[in-house]
Each structure stands twice: as C-alpha cells, then as structure tokens.
Design a protein around this ligand. Structure first.
Ligand code: ZN
Length: 211
C-alpha cells in the first residue's frame, strides 16, 4: 500500500473503532510502519472518529516528528513495539472499556491475564501479559512494552489498556475486537463456574495454527 492509502486506512479503521464504541473522546491511537521504518501515527488530542489523512503524523524510527500534526504522546511505545517485533506493520492501542477493566484487576498470573475461554481468542490473541503501570509519558514504559512485545503481539498496560501489533492495520483491529469481546465474556461469566479450554486444547490450537 502507498503512504496515501495507508493514511486513508488509518482514517477508515479509526472511524470503525469509534462507531463501535471501542474508542471515546481522544483516547487511543493507531499506527502503521512504512517501508523506510518511519511510522504514521494518529496525532495528539485527535479523536479516532474524526481523523483527516493529511494531518496524520509521520515520525522517524528514533521518534523525530517528520510531517503532519504533532504525534500522539503515546507514539514512543508504538516505536518500542516495532523495534521488538520486526514483522509488525501496524499497532492499535485503545482504552476500550472491558479490556481496561481487566487491566485494573489483581492478577495471580500477570504473564497471562485472560483465561482461554474460546478457541478464537486463543488463535487471535494468545497469551496476554500485563505490563506494569507507569504514569502517562514515563519513558520507562517503552522498555517494559518492548520487553513484553518480544514474545507477544498482544499485551495489556496495567490500569490503562491494550496494545495489539499486527501484520496489517486490519489484522490488528480484528485482534483488538476479539480481545474486547473476550474481556466482555469474562465479566458476563463473572463468578459462575467457568470451563475454559484445557491446556491440551490450547496446545493443540497452537500446533494447528502457529502464530
Ligand atoms: Zn493510552
């Protein structure tokens, strides 16, 4: 895809996420990586529902603002994920309600904070580690996110929200939607005795559908 087409794709996917109420206010940001390593990322204080292609920010791999409006203040952790995952071409970060609620719970096992309720969740999202809390803008978050991203394409920032890396923006959005739906299921099931997939079933899926 050309840069122009990628800018249009960001606008389209942002509007879709906003219409589906997965993004509110000016929360959340999207990015794609260009062939030269620079990224297109949604601007600071922009609503995902009302993006304009030519105003989307362009940022160098080192974080320098190249073109468009000033980038999201969270662009630095997008760059950390790209640095850790050479195959990632797009990143979606949202403050979507149910996933954020999961990020605010106490977790006995922070290496995977959602149970394998459905095969689709296991195939799309996989293990979901919780990344420790840092205040907004704290650059230590980049190191923590980069470390989690080495082994995971999906991660959850504590008391904040999910980050998803994908081979395309469409793929990352689909994984994000699956995560949000699983988070909804988790709360819908609540205290009822649940029957998640067995370890054997999860291993069988991993063998049949390697990520
Ligand atoms: Zn955020």
């Amino acid at each position: 895809m050309s840069e122009t087409e990628l800018r249009q794709a960001i606008v389209r996917q942002g509007a879709l996420l906003y219409e589906r109420r997965l993004a509110h206010g000016t929360a959340g940001n999207l990015s794609v990586r260009l062939e030269d390593g620079a990224i297109l990322v949604t601007p600071t204080n922009s609503s995902l529902g009302f993006l304009e292609p030519e105003r989307i920010s362009k940022v160098s791999p080192e974080g320098a603002h190249i073109a468009g409006d000033p980038p999201s203040k969270e662009a630095f952790f997008h760059l950390a994920v790209y640095a850790a995952r050479p195959t990632a071409r797009a990143i979606v970060h949202l403050h979507s309600t149910h996933s954020v609620a999961i990020s605010c719970l106490c977790h006995a096992d922070p290496s995977n904070v959602l149970p394998p309720l459905t095969a689709y969740h296991v195939m799309k999202v996989g293990r979901l580690p919780l990344v420790s809390y840092f205040r907004p803008g704290d650059r230590r978050l980049a190191a923590a996110v980069g470390e989690a991203a080495r082994d995971h394409h999906a991660m959850l920032l504590a008391n904040h929200g999910p980050i998803i890396a994908g081979a395309s923006l469409e793929a990352a959005v689909q994984i994000m939607e699956e995560l949000e739906e699983t988070a909804k299921l988790f709360f819908l099931i609540g205290d009822r005795p649940a029957s998640p997939l067995s370890c054997e079933a999860v291993e069988e899926l991993a063998a049949a559908f390697p990520s």
